[in-house]
Design a protein around this ligand. Structure first.
Ligand SMILES: [Zn+2]
Length: 415
């Protein structure tokens, strides 16, 4: 009896041992299988955060496309790797997600991504109060090309309080407008590289530039801190003298690029391109790009601001050489020629938008007439571009659709 009991016990132990081996084999096989062969799951039941976790777990490079609907939201509707298909770690996983749209909110904010975009033209900013000058408002000269710091600060405050947010000129011409729902894009430009655009006082102990807080960039940096959502940026159009501070010029250019500003072309000697020969035109423009290439290679923008706004017609015989030419065996290209304009320009999605020749608004005071700041921004109340906050679609009121450009490859939502 005792023996029989022991045999039974041993048998049970052996059985248990085999069971353990079998389970171990199964687990081992499963782990191996997972390491060797990965099979995609059906992601349509997943939430976006679950998809992100899944991609992370299998080291997939995730690309998310969005589409919009009034009913569904945060629903995955397609995936590039089909369910049950084999995939490997490091593969691309591309999914399309439905996001909910809210046309009531668009109506409330009067979203119109076919509206007008102001490109401001500044020159010198003089460290003066308006009461220090004899001209209208904050004009430092009779035409208001140069302004006081007080006027400039007032402009910036007005832009912010009226829900304008800055974007890069280069993004605008590339049809990339990224400002929050209900706000409007605005673009700042400065011509001539006046010292008071970015006046450098020296280097600090760490070797960083000390920038005069009363120069234009000093004021812009102050606004950057005061209103972090203002998206502060500007493009500076320079001649051969750059910012006219020989000992700091190169460091200034590098500093501006590093801090989110742009550098563009204003010809070598502030030249009247309409009075030059074609070769002189190419020299005047090409010289500046060669200079930029030496200091900030590939980091400047291919945009020219036309000195004196000339030529004042695209039909001028030299206009093609302004947009593209050769200097010292090096080709240059300008995506845009900026005019000395008067009013806001079109949305990049508008059929009348011509990115090669853009208008600017002279930032000056003239008692609300002759396209001064007050007049232009009063007009813009009815016509301005108002963003949906969605980066990858164009949202417009139904009645505006006849004005859409025909060659857009972005989704358009009318409401
Ligand atoms: Zn100029």
């Amino acid at each position: 009896m005792v023996m029989k009991k022991n045999v039974k016990k041993i048998m049970r132990l052996i059985l248990f041992f085999f069971l353990l081996v079998f389970i171990f084999f199964l687990i081992n096989n499963y782990i191996k299988k997972e390491a060797d062969d990965l099979f995609m799951v059906d992601l349509t039941n997943y939430s976006l955060s679950e998809v992100k976790n899944y991609a992370k777990r299998y080291e997939l490079k995730l690309k998310i496309n969005y589409t919009y609907s009034k009913i569904d939201k945060d629903k995955i509707i397609s995936q590039n790797i089909k369910p049950k298909a084999k995939f490997a770690r490091g593969d691309y996983l591309e999914v399309t997600v439905v996001k909910e749209i809210d046309d009531k909110l668009w109506a409330k904010y009067q979203v119109n991504e076919l509206g007008m975009v102001p490109i401001m033209m500044y020159h010198g900013i003089f460290n003066l109060n308006n009461s220090d000058v004899v001209y209208t408002g904050g004009n430092v000269d009779s035409d208001g090309y140069n302004r006081t710091t007080e006027a400039f600060i007032n402009d910036l405050e007005m832009f912010y309080q009226n829900d304008y947010r800055m974007i890069r000129l280069n993004d605008y011409i590339n049809s990339e407008i990224d400002v929050p729902l209900g706000t409007s894009p605005i673009i700042l430009t400065f011509d001539d590289g006046a010292r008071n655009n970015i006046n450098v006082l020296g280097y600090d102990k760490k070797g960083n530039l000390i920038i005069d807080p009363n120069s234009a960039v000093g004021i812009l940096e102050h606004f950057k801190k005061k209103y972090p959502d203002f998206q502060v940026t500007a493009t500076f159009f320079l001649n051969a003298g750059l910012f006219n501070q020989p000992q700091y010029n190169e460091d200034i250019l590098k500093w501006l690029i590093k801090n989110g500003y742009d550098i563009g072309n204003h010809t070598k000697n502030h030249d009247n391109l309409s009075k030059m020969t074609k070769d002189e035109v190419m020299m005047s423009i090409g010289y500046m790009y060669q200079l930029f290439e030496e200091i900030i290679p590939n980091q400047y923008v291919n945009i020219i601001s036309l000195p004196f706004g000339l030529p004042d017609s695209k039909n001028h015989q030299h206009f093609p050489y302004i947009l593209g030419g050769t200097y010292h065996n090096t080709e240059y290209q300008n995506l845009t020629a900026l005019r000395v304009g008067w009013d806001a320009d079109y949305s990049p999605y508008h059929q009348a938008f011509d990115c090669t020749y853009l208008k600017r608004i002279r930032a000056w005071d003239n008692n609300g007439v002759d396209f001064d700041i007050e007049m232009v921004f009063n007009n813009l109340k009815q016509t301005r571009y108002i963003s949906s906050g969605l980066k990858d679609v164009i949202v417009i009121p139904k009645e505006k659709s006849p004005n859409l450009a025909s060659d857009l490859n972005m989704e358009v939502i009318e409401y």
